[in-house]
Ligand binder design. Structure first.
Ligand code: GAL
Length: 842
């Protein structure tokens, strides 16, 4: 098996080799993995001696592909902390990979690029340490060249330790992002060594300034040169028309050093990048050693202007764009933290579908794919670094790394991401305690570090408690000020006015870096244990309702817009059901028997009431990707020109006959009339600073609710909800019917229920079992219930409020088509057929 793997890597190497051109080889496949330290069941397993050594026998370790998240495999444990998802993410993971390089490549340079490894990564090649990166969200490169063996087996070993990594949410664990082997000539473009800016843009022409860094690893100085071409770039990343070209420019490269130069090129009639039209270009830098071509490096970019104004918010290409954004953590729901571009693209598609146009990568560097997708799909991005600076929030969080690593981590993020037109600001932090100490000047220092690497975008951070931190001088140490929850208790309905009108703020631009934090469980209106009502009226005290932020932003258009907490539910932080015994048990190891006995009663009480909640309630969309009611509230505001009306709750309440059951309607119309069983319950007109239509005293009787919306006195949209019968059949909707057998492509199948008349049954919670035939596997199932402790890889779980999700993958190189069968007692079984074929290219 191993021989086969080695030979195939070798063949790929030869196959892709083109003279004078770098190669980036997929290095994701066939790693050996073993877990030590803390195990999933809470026991400990000691690390063996020297797993980094070439001679170490790893034949008994698991063979797997990365991206891999060892923690999502579970099981969920009730005794674990809800904050990090009740998953056993803490432990020590070792990965080893065997590979060979040709003797013909002795003169080449070999680097290994990790997009991220959680956490405290240490990397060895053939037993020699070649690099480390403690912050699990940072991308990093290690140079393999000095210790590489040619024509013989090499072993890369990676040790990860999440026991010493503090987090306020589920971080995942493992080599959870992609890895590439990069092969270059001795003279080559340095890591992230091309930076394109567009200092002057008019309708007639754009000036593209291309800065190039070229590394010379030879023992002698080199008379080098480079040449730049700029092409149009299509959606499939194919370069098209050549639009600009430089001369061949000489570049003297000193031995062991990096040479720097830049050139300005003129692009006629530039096609601007915007949220609606995501035009992109490609810079291609060709490097020469004397006359010989030695490297070709491609960097996609876009042409657009950004401006943050005091009076008129955010301008993209000179036009005001309201930031209708969401904050999101990095997990992909049931898939955990393991990067999968298909799953990420699905998340972004769902966000787009209700008008979200901006992303905040809270609170850490995202996977590079997120920015690639944002460029292509049309989102602007607040690219974020840290959740804290020198003062920590959790043991072993970034505060312990800050002194040694913050400049390197900023350099990594900015240099990696600065060609993306989607990135509009660099965020150095979130709710940092230093915001109350402007005299320490940390915000200013971080702004300066950011500007060392990019002067074309503002530095910012998300400050909590704006009434204390947005007027005390800290806000003047950033370029644009981010305020978390300013419309609620941290500020108030008129706080933005105070911020904008303060003396000294005449040039300062502000935005809501976090808003709302409204909580709900999809489809729950009179919630059961550990659920939150979906009437969208529950917020955690420090947050607010969506309506408060809307009103504040409507009143103060100088503010650029908002990033709602959050677009998606995420693993961990299940406020308001965070509390569990873990606080007491944290120190149990240090307690004597007597001390533990004294705690017994308290522990038992907590044990009885301990929530099973393991994921958040904040999402506009649930963890499985199903819209909650709030989706329609945001859609009504963010897509005002799309006819839409949505009624809540559902109308299946056999126990509420005769009881008051409020009905809310979200609509992009300005008037709505509601009917119950044909009788009008009145027409309501949206008043200034009102964002939902409410009928608070409807008395429940089974039947049908109909809402008719009007806009400017014309009928605009209509919707209805009906009392339904029992579920008798499934409705299974795959998001595509052809899957690529590349081991990465996924099909998401949404499963709902119908009664005998074909109505969707919103309350069905039947136990569902799935099986799959053909060359594929069921990767995960989910239902969006934040309290469900069934491991995601299980093919059976109950539906939650009428919905269920199955995620399917084809085996790499599989040929037999897939058939998914969905069964549940009393419900007609359903099948879904998926063909194997070519699918979307990313
Ligand atoms: C904010 C914080 C977020 C998240 C949120 C929950 O204060 O910045 O990371 O914890 O609260 O409401």
């Amino acid at each position: 098996m191993r021989k086969f793997v080695l030979i195939s890597i070798w063949i790929i190497c030869i196959g892709l080799f083109a003279w004078g051109q770098r190669q980036e080889l997929n290095f994701d496949r066939d790693w050996r993995f073993a877990r030590f330290g803390l195990q999933a069941d809470g026991s400990r397993c000691p690390e063996p001696a020297s797993p980094e050594a070439s001679s170490f026998d790893d034949s008994g370790w698991r063979l797997l592909d990365v991206p891999h998240d060892w923690a999502i495999e579970g099981p969920f444990r009730k005794d674990l902390d809800g904050y990090t998802g009740k998953l056993p993410w803490q432990g020590i993971g070792w990965y080893r990979k065997h590979f060979e390089v040709s003797v013909k490549d002795k003169q080449k340079q070999f680097y290994l690029d990790f997009d991220g490894a959680m956490a405290n990564a240490e990397v060895w090649l053939n037993g020699k340490k070649v690099g480390e990166r403690p912050f699990g969200y940072s991308s990093f490169r290690v140079d393999l060249t000095p210790h590489l063996l040619y024509g013989k087996e090499n072993v890369v070993a990676v040790r990860l330790n999440t026991e010493k990594f503090g987090s306020r949410w589920y971080p995942g664990a493992g080599i959870y992002r992609h890895v590439r082997l990069v092969k270059t000539e001795s003279v080559h473009v340095a890591h992230w060594g091309v930076f394109v800016t567009t200092p002057r843009i008019t309708p007639e022409q754009a000036i593209a300034k291309v800065a190039v860094e070229v590394r010379n690893t030879l023992p002698d100085d080199v008379k080098g040169a480079y040449k730049v071409h700029i092409y149009e770039l299509d959606e499939a990343d194919r370069p098209g028309k050549l639009v600009a070209e430089s001369d061949k420019r000489p570049l003297t490269l000193l031995s062991g050093k990096t040479g720097i130069d830049s050139v300005e090129l003129c692009i006629a009639s530039p096609k601007l990048w915007s949220i609606e039209e995501t035009n992109r270009y490609l810079v291609r830098v060709t490097v020469y050693n004397k006359r010989k071509q030695v490297d070709v490096y491609d960097a996609p970019f876009g042409i657009r202007t950004i401006e943050f104004t005091h009076d008129n918010g955010f301008l993209l290409n000179g036009k005001r764009v309201q930031i209708n954004g969401t904050c999101n953590h990095h997990d992909l729901g049931a898939l955990g933290a393991a990067m999968n571009v298909v799953a990420l693209e699905r998340q972004l598609r769902i966000l787009k579908s209700f008008g979200c146009n901006a992303l905040r990568t809270s609170h850490n560097p995202p996977a590079p794919e997120l920015l690639m997708l944002a460029d292509k799909m049309g989102f602007v991005v607040m690219d974020e670094l840290f959740d804290c600076w020198t003062i920590g929030k959790k043991e072993n969080d970034y505060s312990v790394l800050y002194d040694e690593w913050h400049e390197k981590d900023i350099e990594m993020l900015v240099c990696r991401d600065r060609n993306h037109p989607s990135v509009i600001m660099w965020s150095t932090g979130n709710e940092v305690h230093e915001q109350y100490e402007p005299e320490r000047g940390i915000a200013r220092h971080l702004t300066e570090v950011v500007h060392r690497f990019d002067r074309t975008r503002p530095a910012t951070f998300g400050a909590s408690y704006p009434s204390k931190s947005a007027l005390n001088g800290t806000e003047l140490q950033v370029d644009v000020h981010g305020m978390n929850y300013a419309a609620g208790v941290y500020g108030g309905p008129d706080f933005y006015g105070e911020f904008l009108n303060k003396e000294g703020h005449e040039h300062l631009s502000g935005y809501s870096s976090e808003s709302s934090s409204t909580m709900s469980s999809r489809g729950e209106y009179f919630p059961r244990r550990f659920h939150v009502s979906s009437y969208d009226l529950v917020q955690p005290g420090w947050g607010g309702l969506p309506d408060w932020e809307f009103a504040a932003l409507d009143k103060y258009p100088g503010i650029c817009g908002e990033f709602v907490w959050t677009g998606f539910d995420y693993l961990g932080e299940p406020t308001p059901f965070n509390s569990d015994a873990s606080v007491l048990l944290n120190h149990s190891a240090a307690m004597s028997e007597e001390e533990l006995a004294a705690q017994r009663e308290e522990l038992e009480k907590i044990e009885r009431n301990r929530p099973t909640s393991r994921s958040s309630y904040f999402g506009i969309v649930d963890l499985a990707g199903f819209p909650k009611d709030r989706y329609y509230l945001y859609k009504s505001r963010w897509m005002p020109d799309t006819p839409m009306v949505h009624i809540l709750p559902h109308w299946n309440f056999p126990d509420r006959i005769g009881q008051v059951t409020p009905v809310f309607v979200y609509s992009s119309g300005d008037e709505v009339e509601l009917f119950l069983n044909g009788e009008s319950l009145g027409k309501k007109v949206k008043q200034p600073y009102e964002y939902r239509f409410r009928w608070d005293s409807v008395v429940y009787q089974p039947g049908e609710l109909i809402a008719v919306a009007y806009k400017q006195n014309r009928k605009w949209a209509e919707a209805s909800v009906k009392t339904t019968g029992d579920a008798v059949r499934f409705k299974a909707e795959p998001d595509k019917t052809v899957i690529k057998a590349d081991g990465e492509d996924l099909v998401f199948v949404k499963v709902s229920f119908e009664d005998k008349d074909g109505n969707a049954v919103p309350t069905a919670e039947n136990m569902i079992t799935c099986t799959l035939e053909g060359d594929g596997e069921i990767v995960a199932t989910d239902n969006g219930d934040p309290t469900c402790l069934i491991t995601f890889s299980e093919p059976a779980r109950p539906a939650f409020n009428g919905l269920f999700l199955v995620i399917i993958k084809a085996k790499r190189n599989g040929v037999r088509p897939l058939r998914l069968t969905i069964t549940s007692e009393g419900v007609e079984k359903a099948t879904v057929d998926i063909k194997i074929g070519s699918a979307t290219k990313y």
